[in-house]
Design a protein. Structure first.
Length: 750
């Protein structure tokens, strides 16, 4: 997809998102506004109905007052025309009085027991009927202008609707009468009064002017929705509610339980709105409480469908307009993108030329805006790149030559070189590595090869930690394992490879095969050993001659006496054991053996060497004094090589004491990890300037010496990871100190 198309699509998508958001926000705003308008409209209608109810209620009260006054005057007139005793009143008298005062019917009531019964009436069939006079009396405020009479009317039969009512009752008595006069007026007798107090006409007008109004209902909160409803019989249907709790209007869209809850909420002083689906219609119901002059709750039901239809029409118009705008934006954005990207195409052409290494052609710049400046920079960049490319080609040739030189040097050197990452995986090897260890390049790259013997793993790990911490490491002699499992002696030099920030990235190791040199050193050790053996031969012969003389004397004694003396036999056996020990030590020293490290106690090795040299020391009038530590001094060593070192040192000490003396031999643990072996003589000493040269090949001040003894001894001690130190004073004596590492488990125990 081209940039022009992408730019057009991006602009179109942004506009599309904005249009969609506009439609959504407009839809939301429309619905909110319509909801607010509906609520305001319903509140206004409810307030109109409330105002009408207040007015009609006052008119009803006025009508009730007029009726009460009229019936009171009629009661006074009738009482003045009738006898004091009910038995004296005739039907005809009652009829004439009723016509005179203008009532529908007239009855006389007397009390019998707890009830009142009709004793005379203008309607003879009701004579003998019981009448709840005191219920009516208690439901009204008793009119007592004086203490001579009582007048009250029955329950209010007038309503705020246009439905026909049955009539109105009144009751009268005074202290002269032994009965109660009851008047009854039919509805047609106060029709003119009723015409001034009704609400149905207003409801009809409101519904006619607002087709969305489905229903207006006036609720009596004392009978519908409030707590006192528990005191009346349970209402189980809407029809019963209409008869008892609906003061005016209709109640066709009713949900009794929800409406009860809404009526209770409206009585708390707020207008309640609720959306419901009733009679397959989505409607909005509102409840508005009116507290004066009498409590009413006005319920209003509004049809939501026409309102939602209006919102849908507005939404459809918005969608249509948005689609038209989006189409216009798509075409305009595509056209504008083409205009804007024309200079970019020129720049792209130039970049393509540069990418193929063609720097000669330039962009013709005609603009002075940012794109024109960009074109100028691209031309300048092309010119500079041409210069830099020429330099890079020259540098590349130099680097290639240097790389070939280094690769040739690395691959043709006799030292094995390999590079490992920080995880220990090999990343590069040379040919000498393949020849030394037996692994091909493919076998080595990416692998963690077992080049280090198992017993040196911890030592190698410590070396790597020192290297990672930044400490320089000198070349060290150690052992390595080839592919075939063969152990080889090598000199290893390990160096860090760091990036430009000084961070360690890899580790390079240069390994040199020390097998040839070690063989040469072994030959030197053997030569020195043979020299030592030759020098010890006289002492050994003298040492053997003494026990042989003892054996010969005891054997002659046995022959002469012809008796076997067991004590003499024990002495002869001990002398034979001594001869065997001397010969065995001499053979061990003289016989070449393979290097094999074993765990030995350095005190026992010194004891064997002292036993071997003791006869030579006696010949030279020299005495050995030993001071050995009581704790174990076990080390990992090659016993024969350590004996050779101790023999060389003791032999030098003996030769440095031509007049005899004392040689002190100590073996002590100086700390938890090392044991010190010190050999001190009382000889002629060594000048200080010559101590530094000791160990150099063929450097000696002895007539028959080779100068290899100290050198070989130093090599052996280094192989055992130890240290050999010589301190001397002329005419005082010389002390040779040998420090050797203890076994690890022994160091832990300590």
């Amino acid at each position: 997809m081209s940039v022009k198309t992408k730019l057009s699509v991006m602009i179109s998508m942004i506009v599309f998102v904005l249009l969609v958001l506009n439609v959504i926000l407009n839809e939301y705003s429309t619905r909110v506004n319509l909801r607010n308008d509906i609520q305001l409209k319903m509140m206004s209608i409810s307030q109109q109905v409330a105002a009408n109810v207040i007015q009609n209620t006052r008119e009803v009260e006025f009508v009730q007052t007029v009726l009460s006054d009229k019936m009171k005057l009629a009661s006074f007139s009738a009482a003045s025309q009738l006898p004091y005793h009910a038995d004296e009143v005739t039907y005809e008298q009652l009829r004439q009085v009723a016509e005179h005062v203008g009532v529908s019917s007239m009855s006389l009531l007397k009390q019998k027991g707890a009830n009142y019964y009709v004793v005379q009436s203008t309607n003879p069939p009701e004579i003998g009927d019981a009448s709840n006079v005191w219920a009516a009396h208690k439901s009204q405020t008793i009119e007592q202008e004086t203490l001579d009479y009582e007048f009250w009317i029955g329950p209010d039969k007038l309503t705020l609707t246009d439905n026909t009512i049955l009539g109105q009752e009144s009751f009268y008595t005074d202290r002269n009468l032994d009965y109660i006069i009851r008047f009854y007026m039919k509805s047609d007798q106060f029709t003119d009064l009723r015409k001034i107090s009704h609400t149905t006409s207003l409801l009809t007008e409101l519904k006619t002017g607002n087709p969305t109004i489905l229903e207006i209902t006036g609720f009596n909160p004392d009978l519908f929705g409030s707590e006192p409803i528990k005191e009346i019989p349970t209402i189980v249907s809407i029809e019963q509610l209409k008869e008892s709790a609906v003061s005016f209007g209709s109640y066709e869209y009713g949900e009794i339980e929800k409406d009860k809850k809404s009526i209770k909420e409206s009585l708390q002083g707020k207008m309640v709105f609720r959306e419901e689906t009733i009679n397959d219609r989505t409607v909005i119901k509102s409840f508005f409480a009116l507290s004066e002059p009498v409590p009413y709750v006005i319920g209003l039901v509004l049809d939501k469908s026409p309102i939602m239809k209006l919102a849908e029409e507005q939404r459809n118009n918005q969608v249509f307009i948005s689609i038209v705008l989006l189409i216009v934006v798509v075409f305009c954005s595509y056209w504008l993108s083409d205009i804007l990207l024309r200079p970019v195409r020129s720049i792209l052409w130039k970049v393509n030329e540069v990418s193929f290494g063609r720097f000669d052609d330039t962009i013709e710049v005609k603009r002075k805006d940012e794109l024109g400046q960009l074109a100028q920079r691209v031309n300048a960049m092309s010119k500079n790149l041409n210069i830099y490319m020429t330099k890079l080609k020259m540098a590349f040739e130099e680097n290639r030559s240097m790389k070939e030189y280094l690769e040739s040097f690395i691959n043709h050197t006799t030292d094995a070189i390999h590079v490992v990452d920080l995880d220990g995986r090999i990343t590069q090897v040379n040919r000498a590595f393949e020849q030394l260890f037996g692994y091909t390049t493919d076998e080595a790259i990416g692998q963690m090869l077992p080049l280090v013997p198992e017993h040196l793993y911890e030592e190698e790990q410590q070396t790597m930690e020192l290297l990672k911490s930044g400490k320089p490491l000198a070349a060290r002699e150690t052992l390595r394992v080839t592919k075939d499992g063969e152990w080889i002696s090598v000199s290893a030099t390990t160096s860090p490879i760091q990036d430009k920030h000084g961070e360690l990235r890899a580790i390079a190791s240069i390994t040199r095969d020390m097998t040839g040199r070690n063989k040469m050193e072994e030959l030197l050790r053997r030569s020195e050993k043979l020299t030592t053996v030759g020098q010890l031969a006289a002492g050994v012969a003298h040492e053997i001659r003494n026990p042989l003389t003892t054996l010969r004397g005891f054997l002659q004694l046995q022959l002469e006496t012809e008796k076997l003396n067991t004590r003499h036999v024990d002495i002869m056996l001990s002398e034979l054991d001594r001869i065997n020990l001397i010969v065995s030590e001499f053979l061990i020293l003289a016989k070449p053996q393979a290097t094999r490290f074993e765990v030995k106690d350095v005190r026992f090795i010194l004891g064997d060497v002292i036993s071997l040299l003791d006869s030579q020391a006696h010949l030279c009038d020299i005495e050995f004094e030993t001071y050995f530590d009581q704790e174990n001094c076990r080390i990992s060593c090659e016993e024969n090589q350590l004996k050779q070192v101790f023999i060389n040192v003791l032999k030098n000490a003996i030769e440095a004491m031509p007049e005899g003396g004392r040689i002190t031999i100590e073996a002590r643990r100086n700390d938890q990890h090392h044991v010190n072996v010190s050999i001190t003589d009382e000889g002629i000493g060594i000048p200080e300037e010559r101590i530094a040269k000791l160990g150099d090949p063929f450097y000696t001040d002895k007539d028959m010496g080779t100068g290899l003894g100290i050198m070989v001894s130093q090599r052996i001690i280094q192989t055992h990871q130890g240290m050999l130190e010589i301190r001397s004073k002329v005419n005082v004596g010389t002390t040779v100190t040998i420090v050797l590492p203890l076994m690890k488990e022994q160091a832990i125990e300590a």
